[in-house]
Design a protein. Structure first.
Length: 164
């Protein structure tokens, strides 16, 4: 239940920020957010991260939909039951759905956060969620995944039937 609520709040936050930006800025217009650090800069991205596959919205829409369906299935089945895995997959799903909504509804993704102190692609709330979720899941997978099962094997409490 908490994961579903987090997904809904993630999508709502992403869409609310995008709505605010499109209502208050013209395309390619900027406004200070944290002066000298980050500005709001409204762009329409027809590609993926770093504008990969720019102009191939239909392909990105299909790939995103399939990936989000797969992640939803992992969550529903609790394939990775550890709370860290569940929360990081929740972040990825919330962010992915936010950008998927844009692609289906608009044909592009609304991006708005622009670092002023380095050259970096403009991004949005959904991108932040996906990246944080992916980094967190990678850390979980590399550092924690399988440790519970190994611990059970080491202390003799593992299921002798192999989990069946």
């Amino acid at each position: 239940m908490w994961y579903l609520l987090a997904i809904v709040l993630s999508v709502a936050t992403d869409q609310a920020v995008k709505l605010y930006v499109t209502a208050h800025l013209a395309l390619y217009e900027s406004a200070p957010l944290l002066p000298g650090l980050v500005e709001l800069h409204y762009i329409q991205n027809t590609g993926g991260g770093f504008s990969i596959l720019e102009g191939h919205t239909w392909l990105l829409t299909l790939v995103t939909a399939l990936l989000m369906a797969g992640i939803a299935l992992l969550l529903v089945r609790r394939t990775f039951p550890h709370p860290l895995a569940m929360w990081t997959l929740t972040l990825i799903l919330g962010g992915g759905l936010g950008n998927l909504i844009d692609r289906v509804r608009l044909g592009y993704v609304v991006d708005m956060f622009n670092f002023q102190f380095i050259s970096f692609p403009v991004f949005n709330v959904a991108d932040i969620l996906v990246v944080c979720g992916a980094v967190g899941f990678a850390a979980y997978y590399l550092l924690l995944c399988g440790r519970d099962e190994k611990k059970g094997e080491d202390d003799g409490t593992a299921d002798p039937a192999g989990g069946a």
